[in-house]
Design a protein around this ligand. Structure first.
Ligand SMILES: [Fe+2]
Ligand SMILES: [Fe+2]
Length: 242
């Protein structure tokens, strides 16, 4: 993806810290394992025998990716390290998308179109990560290996979509629109989270101290003494000497 290529220096920075690499790989492993479960479900739901066999193989591949990411993450985090304060998951999300689908409600063509786009995005992302990981040959090799599978997934989903649906282009456009909508929702949620945190910080560090200051000044001006609790007539008496 051209946009990703433009952000190459940012991706290089994201992958530079060893702890962040480890924690990102763990997050990727979770996504791949989820994908594997969804594909096993898709194999259960389809009536097309060829697709069933391909989905099962695909599910096996994604589970293997999850295992490889987990194994490499363990090596990277072997010394023990805390999760970094910034994961940058929005910029380096790994392979995602299937979690947004209700597999049983999708037609085979809809599912294949969605899978094709998400596998294509994953292949492009993993090629970029492979590129920027020059200093970590171990992690680079993991991405190199997985990339070959992602390219196979990207190609078979396209070929099968063409086989089962003559209007495959239309399916792809619809899937693109759905992915765009999901991306918008993810960005809007992330922005809402950032704005919410900022509002709380402003309230905590600016508004609350200001009110505390005003309350203290007002308290200083308040008259004090036991006579404040006396009835009004008695209070007037207490104010004068006689
Ligand atoms: Fe994968
Ligand atoms: Fe994949």
């Amino acid at each position: 993806m051209g946009w990703d290529r433009l952000l190459r220096p940012l991706h290089a920075w994201i992958w530079r810290a060893r702890a962040r690499r480890g924690h990102k790989l763990l997050a990727f492993a979770r996504t791949e394992a989820d994908g594997s479960r969804h594909l096993a479900r898709a194999a259960e739901c389809t009536r097309d025998r060829r697709l069933r066999a391909l989905f099962l193989r695909h599910a096996g591949d994604e589970q293997r990716h999850a295992d490889r990411f987990t194994a490499r993450a363990r090596e990277l985090l072997a010394g023990g390290s805390r999760a970094p304060w910034l994961q940058a998951s929005l910029l380096a999300p790994g392979e995602r998308g299937l979690d947004a689908l209700g597999i049983a409600d999708e037609t085979d063509a809809q599912l294949l179109a969605f899978l094709h786009l998400s596998e294509r995005a994953a292949a492009s992302r993993f090629a970029l990560y492979h590129d920027v990981l020059g200093r970590d040959p171990g992690t680079r090799a993991v991405f190199g290996d997985i990339l070959r599978d992602e390219e196979f997934h990207m190609n078979y989903t396209q070929a099968q979509l063409r086989r089962i649906d003559p209007r495959h282009r239309r399916q792809l456009w619809r899937a693109r629109a759905r992915r765009l909508w999901k991306a918008y929702l993810r960005a809007a949620t992330a922005l809402a989270g950032i704005l919410g945190t900022l509002m709380l910080l402003v309230q905590y560090f600016l508004v609350l101290p200001l009110f505390a200051l005003l309350a203290r000044r007002a308290a200083r001006r308040e008259p004090t003494g036991f006579w404040l609790h006396a009835p009004r007539a008695a209070r007037d008496e207490l104010r004068t000497q006689y």
